[in-house]
Design a protein around this ligand. Structure first.
Ligand code: SF4
Ligand code: SF4
Length: 137
């Protein structure tokens, strides 16, 4: 079973409505890579699991190592949120291999690059779509 280890990427990439925290900004409660309000953190933080954590993906897919945070959306799409410092991470190894495999298996994937969202198709092509990405879970 995977654990977060030193990763705290969701505390930066995701939006947390309860905190009025926008996506892509380090959470105001993140201190030295740890949560300063861990015992009282919002429900969205308690319940959030990226696919690395939930599905036991290989270590190379831990979000802080690969630059992309994959998580399940309520409508069965998977969101691939790309760290702004590594905007090409989604199309480079090892993430491209995983995304390609998922698309070929019929999984619909939304790639989030900053404020823009795209539907990922075969051959790693992107089609712009509008998706609400304010809330983590
Ligand atoms: S992105 Fe995943 S592995 Fe990283 S801290 Fe969040 S839940 Fe844990
Ligand atoms: S409240 Fe804690 S767990 Fe939630 S985003 Fe902020 S630092 Fe991360």
């Amino acid at each position: 079973m995977n654990n977060c280890g030193p990763c705290n990427m969701c505390c930066t990439l995701l939006g947390i409505r309860e905190l009025r925290k926008p996506p892509g900004r380090v959470c105001q409660h993140s201190a030295a890579g740890k949560c300063a309000i861990y015992a009282d953190r919002p429900t969205a933080c308690r319940e959030f699991q990226c696919l690395f954590l939930r599905d036991g993906l290989e270590m190379q897919y831990r979000p802080d190592l690969c630059g992309v945070n994959l998580h399940q959306l309520p409508d069965d799409h998977v969101m691939a949120t790309v760290h702004p410092e590594f905007p090409d991470a989604w199309r480079k190894a090892p993430v491209n291999t995983l995304l390609d495999r998922l698309v070929m298996a019929g999984q619909r994937i939304i790639v989030a690059l900053g404020d823009a969202t795209f539907l990922l198709s075969e051959n790693m092509t992107l089609q712009k779509v509008k998706v609400h990405i304010e809330e983590a879970a």
